[in-house]
Write a protein that binds this ligand. Structure first.
Ligand code: PMP
Length: 365
């Protein structure tokens, strides 16, 4: 059996050259005479891997020098908890714009800081992102938090929605880029902080990336343990304790692969192509398939869709698997289907999905 086209939302498909390289390095890494997972994180070999990963990520995302890059262990949810601890000073509140499930999750990680929900798309079933003019921002918030791309609801800030990123004046904009980082060029200087769990576009689960404007690290924040302190982590190159070395290493390989493929400008082109192929197939199916997200905010990374007759869902998924297409079952929050088409998904994979969808409709329509 060969590898299928994998539409999983995360952990997600990794580029095949990355997996092959990781496989080759598993037994012996370079001249280390041991696997990369068997050597000290403080030794010269791993330090070189970690520093190269940072240099490559900075180059891929054009991160300005006045921004620090951290590689914290754990996922995006942990960063959702840490941002309030690190950046909301005593008595300060935080503003959140909720555009889907992950925006709601972010809110739950802020138990002891006053939160202002400045806008929410929930009343609309998260099919739209509330217009910037309707946001009720606080003047003195520690930050405004947005979710750049909602992985489950399939909504993303796109230029057709309005100015991206939205202007938040003096208050720094913090964004969860877990499921869209590196899918297009982004002006990092417009953000106070960007974070992402690695397991979609950056590599394997178990490590995150935090890109933060250095001056913000001077804030006192809330009382917190040293291990939860971004400033301490930065001073220790994200190695206050033993970091997930394997994950960091595979992240480095994945970032390098993206640079070699042509960088974010190239993934922007591919994402446009892949997502328009898929939305055109859905919209052109005469209602057999449907996606209900407002076209101005349709995600290019995660495409949820529903069959008009949900009794056919199981047959659709079984047939897809036989056709070499996996990971299409929708999230339990929404049901239906979802195709996650991150950077590692080739255009041919989306073409194969679209061909299968047409063929399934011919058989069952
Ligand atoms: N934010 C977004 C946009 C996500 O897609 C996810 C995970 N799918 C999370 C946060 C949570 O990430 P983790 O599981 O790494 O904590």
């Amino acid at each position: 059996m060969s590898r299928a086209y994998n539409f999983s939302p995360g952990p997600a498909a990794l580029p095949e050259p990355v997996l092959r390289q990781a496989q080759a390095d598993m037994l012996e890494w370079g001249d280390a005479r041991a696997s990369i997972v068997e050597i000290s994180h403080r030794g010269p070999e791993f330090l070189q891997v970690a520093r190269q990963a940072e240099a490559d990520l900075r180059s891929l995302l054009a991160v300005p020098d006045d921004y620090a890059v951290l590689f914290p262990a754990g996922g995006a949810t942990t960063q959702q908890a840490l941002i309030a601890l690190n950046f909301a000073d005593a008595g300060q509140r935080v503003d959140y714009v909720v555009s889907g499930h992950w925006g709601k999750t972010a809110l739950k990680q802020v138990p002891s800081v006053a939160v202002n929900v400045a806008a929410s798309g929930e009343a609309d079933g998260f099919r739209r992102i509330p217009a910037r003019e309707t946001w009720r921002l606080s003047d003195d918030a520690a930050y405004v938090h947005v979710t750049a791309n909602e992985t489950i609801h399939g909504v993303e800030y796109r230029p057709a929605w309005g100015q991206v990123p939205p202007d938040t004046g003096r208050v720094p904009l913090f964004a969860d880029f877990s499921s869209s980082i590196a899918s297009e060029p982004v002006d990092v200087s417009k953000y106070g902080l960007i974070y992402a769990g690695a397991q979609k576009n950056l590599g394997p689960v178990g490590i995150s990336v935090v890109i933060v404007r250095r001056d913000l690290l001077e804030r006192a924040g809330q009382p917190r343990a040293d291990i939860f302190d971004y400033r301490s982590q930065l001073a220790n190159e994200s190695m206050l304790n033993t970091p997930p070395t394997w994950n960091w290493y595979v992240l480095g390989l994945t970032v390098r692969w993206m640079i070699e493929e042509g960088g974010t400008a190239e993934f922007d082109r591919r994402s446009a192509r892949k997502s328009s192929l898929l939305y055109a197939a859905i919209d052109g199916s005469g209602g057999f398939y449907r996606n209900e997200v407002d076209p101005t905010v349709r995600s290019r990374m995660n495409v949820p869709f529903f069959l008009a007759d949900s009794a056919l869902d199981a047959a659709f998924l079984d047939g897809a698997r036989e056709a070499g297409l996996m990971g299409l079952k929708g999230h339990r929050v929404l049901g239906g289907m979802r195709a996650s088409i991150y950077n590692a998904m080739p255009v041919e994979g989306v073409q194969a999905l679209v061909d299968y969808m047409r063929e399934f409709q011919t058989r069952h329509g």
